[in-house]
Structure formats: C-alpha cells, structure tokens
Ligand binder design. Structure first.
Ligand code: DTR
Ligand code: ZN
Ligand code: CA
Ligand code: ZN
Length: 317
C-alpha cells in the first residue's frame, strides 16, 4: 500500500461504491461437468504464472509504464484477467468505486457450485503504483490467484464450499477497493465468508517465506504445506494492516495469506535458512520502475503459487 497524503485525505470522502454486474454468466460456456473432487490440489505450472506476468508487463509497457488505479494499464489488466476467467467458466462481476477522483473496479469471480452459505475467498490487488509496472507488487499475487482459479476449472473441482476469487483495485491508495467490497456486504453476506486468503508480493527477488498469523487454522494450513517441503517459514510482521486482508479482518472474517517481503532487509539468520543476500531488501525494486518481470524469484513464486492451490483445496473441502 502506498498511501499518498492527499489520497489518504480523499480516500475516506471519495469512495462511493456501485456494483456493476457485467460478464454475468459466461458466454455460452456451461461450467465444467461435475467430476469427483480432486483428492489433492494440482501443481500450479510456474510457466503459466509467468505467462500472466509477461502479459501484465506488456500491458504496463504499452500504457505509460504502469498499471495504476484509474489509468489505462489497470483497465487492460482487468480486461485480461476477466477474459481468462470467463473463458474458463467463472461468473464474473465488476464492482465500481471512485477514489482520488478516478473510477476504479474490483473484479469478483465466482466458481459455480458449493454451499452458497459458506464462501472461501482468495484475492490479490491488481493495481500497481504509478512509478512502475508492479510485477512483484502485485502482479505476482494476481497471477498466482488467477492460475489457481484456472486450475480449479481445469480440474473440474467441485468443493463442498463455494469458491470466490477477487482482484482488488486501488490497494496502493489505501486498500480502497477491498474496503469498498467489504463495506458493500451486508452482515449476512459477510458472515458467509468462512475465510479470506490474501496474496500481495509472493515472488520477491530476495525472498522470505512469511505466513500471516491472523487466523490459526489458515496459518496452520500454509505452515503444514511448507513443512512438507522442508521450508521454514516466519510469521508475517511487516505489514499488519498494510494489505487487502485488513478490511476483512476488521469485519470479523478469518484471514490469512503469504508474503515474500518488501523493503525490510534480510538478516543473516534468514539467509541461512532461505538463501539470498544478507543485508539487502527482500525486494529492492519495491514501488520502483524496476519492479519488472526481471524482479521475480521463480522458485518463491512457484512455491507460493502451489501453496495457494493447496490452501484453496484444503479450506474449501
Ligand atoms: N502493502 C503492500 C506491501 C506490503 C508491505 N508489507 C506487507 C505485508 C503483507 C502484505 C503486503 C505488504 C503493497 O505495497 O502493496
Ligand atoms: Zn505496493
Ligand atoms: Ca508449481
Ligand atoms: Zn501490494
């Protein structure tokens, strides 16, 4: 989140939310035929995640070097993700809001089926800062969540709970899109969300493996996954309240997520267990023009993408 003082002042006053239902049911495509739920989450192909990142990089390059709220690069990013989801059988809708005098959008994608009264959500912010393409922050989270959703469709997974995915607008202005979404829910709708999983920066070039500790069940799900790989994790402490899980947590929804680090510097103890460079930031290109496709650690992105799929499958059974 990069909160500009003027945006901070404007945010509270300028956010007005309207829900535009667009996309609706997918053009002609019926959901994949129900097949037995996958016993285990599939591997998320890192090549597919990186292909999404390449598309987001191309979009930024073609639109002034960024994918920021209210600009052409954000709209093009939204169009890309929405088209992939609708082609795969998701029901999508755009939620419109205003922030800092510009129109913004959240993209919400529901996977048909499951108990509508028990909703598992996974989300990430799709916007970048104005100063760069935002490939790690947060193309990494957006692409991993997209590929996990597409893996659900490919596998024909039909979990007991309902699956909903979200790509938030205007996170960098102060969690504007995700707060608008939570505020637009009535208490009944909010109570149906059994958990919200947030992924904001999961491919940092000098990566750490941080797990949110806000909800014990969700935290254990992620820690068990990494323990199975023999990878030590740490509790995420850099960003309490600094990403899109905060509005959900403040509304009483159980939250969790993964983070690979931003501008804090890696200690020698961390380098001993994770490798990488001591004394350097986890992401030296945080909020900078060098946050490009070259600013990604493929191993961290792959491991975190697979952890996302594992948690989505485990928590929605
Ligand atoms: N808010 C993110 C960056 C960020 C910094 N600390 C954390 C902790 C957990 C998630 C995200 C972050 C941004 O700049 O978009
Ligand atoms: Zn940011
Ligand atoms: Ca993988
Ligand atoms: Zn971010």
């Amino acid at each position: 989140m990069q909160l500009l003082p003027s945006a901070r002042a404007l945010t509270a006053a300028a956010v007005a939310v309207a829900t535009l239902v667009t996309g609706g049911s997918v053009a002609g495509a019926a959901p994949a035929p129900a097949r037995p739920a996958a016993a285990a989450a599939p591997d998320i192909p890192i090549a597919n995640v990186k292909a999404h990142l390449a598309q987001l990089q191309s979009i930024a390059t073609a639109n002034g070097g960024n994918r920021a709220h209210g600009r052409a690069g954000y709209q093009a990013s939204l169009d890309y993700v929405k088209a992939k989801l609708e082609a795969a059988g998701f029901t999508t809708r755009l939620q419109q809001f205003t922030a800092s005098g510009r129109t913004g959008y959240n993209l919400i994608a529901d996977w048909p089926g499951g108990d509508a009264n028990t909703v598992v959500m996974a989300g990430s912010h799709l916007d970048s800062v104005t100063s760069g393409p935002g490939i790690n922050d947060n193309g990494s989270g957006s692409s991993a969540v997209l590929e996990t959703a597409l893996a659900v469709a490919r596998s024909g997974y039909q979990p007991a709970k309902h699956l909903r995915f979200a790509w938030w607008g205007a996170e960098e202005l102060g969690l504007v899109g995700s707060r608008a979404y939570v505020n637009s829910l009535g208490s009944a709708e909010r109570a149906k969300i059994s958990g919200y999983l947030n992924f904001d920066m999961i491919g940092s070039p000098n990566p750490g493996y941080f797990v949110y500790d806000d909800d014990p069940t969700i935290e254990k799900t992620f820690k068990d996954y990494f323990a199975g790989l023999g990878i030590a994790t740490e509790i995420e402490t850099e960003g309490d309240g600094r990403s899109d899980h905060a509005p959900f947590k403040n509304a009483g929804v159980p939250v969790g997520g993964l983070f690979s680090g931003a501008d804090y510097r890696k200690t020698s103890a961390q380098a001993a267990k994770w490798g990488g460079t001591v004394g350097q930031p986890f992401d030296r290109c945080y909020h900078s023009s060098c946050d490009t496709t070259a600013n990604i650690d493929d191993t961290a992105l792959d491991r975190n993408s697979d952890a996302i799929a594992y948690a989505v499958w485990e928590l929605s059974r």
